[in-house]
Write a protein that binds this ligand. Structure first.
Ligand SMILES: *Cc1c(COP(=O)(O)O)cnc(C)c1O
Length: 479
């Protein structure tokens, strides 16, 4: 590190005093030093801060990233098996995305999208309209997933109001669903850990029993189970349609809800029923979009078009905050009128359609086109299936499930009775901690260990990731 600082000083003579002092300070910092400074000023997302400050949970400062690898300040590398919270598709520091963002940076970083526009926002909207299921013609931008959900909810309600049906104020949501953390998004979610505390602040929703195939009878197929579970949804729609604006679902995989999965038939049935009962269908593909489930969008597997499609996370390749809500011309038309009629959708976020983020998204979509990503992912998904198959026989694994590029392993205390480990024991956390020492970043959801790697992972890295999880589980289940 001394040599490196010196080299930079020599090149950078005029800035000697400022630069050298700063660089030497920074270069001497190890993980612990960064972590100490962090904990003095930072409050981390989805964390009990005491875990880091007093319970020995490491807080890992990352210095750089390359492909599926992250590197800390002591040269330790971590395989990013969860794509940095499901956002990264083509690796960290991807040369093609880097190049596109750098060019955009020298041209235009951001401009207000109310009354103004820019090339990247227009090109991206054109491409999203072209690649999403047929019938989605208009693209509304925001800057994170929760905001996209809020927008879809507001647009749906507002559509019915503009059409003279202001009594359609309710939303139907699925058991175990997750749609984000802002109050509206939290209200339509159903993960108690995140939601219960805030219940007094949240709008009331109608929660339908879920199609989650973990609960199917032994010998029952996913398709049969998801079909059977639709009866409850149909009944709720029949009962409440007059007051319901929309049904919101995460197509095929309830990611934050422990990576629970269901069969596409549920989506086909839901589409038919929403048409029959005149209720919108909102598909939240924030986590599952862009190839995660084996098709570009999960809705394709049911051959349906939702009325609203929410996209974020992988949209920008994991680079920059960006989200989009795609909807139909017919919905757009219900807002389109003389200003004085006050039917417009007056919703905005400061960074709506940010130029750097849109450019990262365009570069991401270009990779999908150039590299036959969806086909390649089938190979990777097969490797992941083969590598994780042995977990099914593990005495503390209730289920190994997979949809495309997502594999989840459900740990239980009692395999036969599927009795979960008490959540207080935090078994998953032990897997996380073990994996870190072995150079793999896993971040289990409770007692569900899952793999959701960037699409640039190779066979050897898949093997390493799975082997480390196996050892981690061995550590976590022994008492
Ligand atoms: C992550 C996620 C969200 C929320 O997105 P943020 O950008 O974190 O606000 C919403 N829905 C689903 C399905 C998600 O996985």
């Amino acid at each position: 590190m001394f040599i490196r600082a010196t080299a930079i000083i020599l090149i950078n003579l005029p800035l000697f005093f400022v630069d050298s002092a700063f660089l030497i300070l920074v270069e001497n910092m190890n993980n612990q030093a960064w972590s100490d400074r962090d904990l003095k000023v930072l409050w981390h997302p989805c964390s009990q801060m005491k875990d880091y400050a007093e319970q020995g949970l490491p807080l890992i400062p990352i210095k750089s990233g390359q492909g599926v690898w992250l590197e800390d300040f002591e040269g330790q590398r971590y395989l990013d098996a969860i794509s940095s919270w499901w956002v990264n598709l083509f690796g960290h520091a991807n040369p093609r995305i880097n190049q596109a963002v750098k060019q955009q940076l020298d041209t235009l970083e951001h401009v207000i999208l109310g009354g103004f526009s820019h090339e990247a926002a227009i090109l991206l909207a054109e491409q999203l309209v072209a690649i999403t299921p047929p019938g989605l013609d208009k693209c509304f931008y925001a800057d994170n997933g929760s905001s996209a959900v809020e927008i879809a909810l507001k647009m749906s309600f507002h559509y019915w109001r503009n059409l003279g049906q202001p009594e359609k104020t309710k939303f139907i949501t699925l058991e175990n669903s997750y749609h984000g953390e802002t109050l509206g998004a939290l209200a339509v979610g159903d993960v108690g850990l995140y939601k219960d505390t805030y219940a007094p602040l949240l709008m009331e929703v109608i929660t339908a029993p879920g199609p989650d195939c973990f609960y199917r009878e032994s010998g029952e197929s996913w398709e049969a189970y998801s079909t059977r579970r639709f009866a409850d949804m149909e009944q709720l729609l029949a009962e409440h349609a007059g007051n319901v604006a929309a049904v919101i679902v995460e197509p095929l995989v309830q990611c934050a809800g422990s990576m629970r999965m269901y069969h596409p038939v549920y989506l086909s049935l839901l589409r038919e029923a929403c048409d029959k009962y005149q209720v919108h269908l909102i598909a939240d593909e924030i986590a599952v979009g862009f190839g995660r489930t084996g098709t570009l969008f999960a809705c394709e597997q049911a051959a349906i078009t939702p009325d609203f499609l929410c996209l974020s996370k992988g949209l920008s390749g994991g680079y920059l905050p960006l989200s989009a809500v795609l909807t139909r011309n017919s919905i757009y038309q219900a807002f389109y009128d003389d200003y004085q009629r006050l039917t417009a959708f007056l919703h905005s976020h400061s960074y709506t359609g940010n130029a750097l983020a849109c450019r990262a998204a365009l570069a991401t979509l270009a990779i999908f086109q150039q590299d036959a990503v969806i086909d390649n992912n089938q190979q990777l998904a097969r490797l992941m299936r083969e590598a994780t198959a042995p977990f099914a026989d593990h005495p503390h694994v209730a289920e190994v499930r997979q949809t495309g590029m997502i594999v989840a392993i459900e740990l239980v205390k009692d395999k036969q009775r599927r009795e979960p480990f008490p959540w207080q024991e935090r078994r998953g956390l032990k897997v996380f901690q073990h994996a870190l020492t072995q150079g793999v970043l896993l971040r289990p959801l409770g007692n569900v260990i899952y793999f959701m790697p960037p699409y640039v992972i190779n066979a050897q890295e898949i093997k390493m990731m799975v082997d480390v999880a196996w050892q981690g589980i061995a550590c976590a289940v022994k008492d």
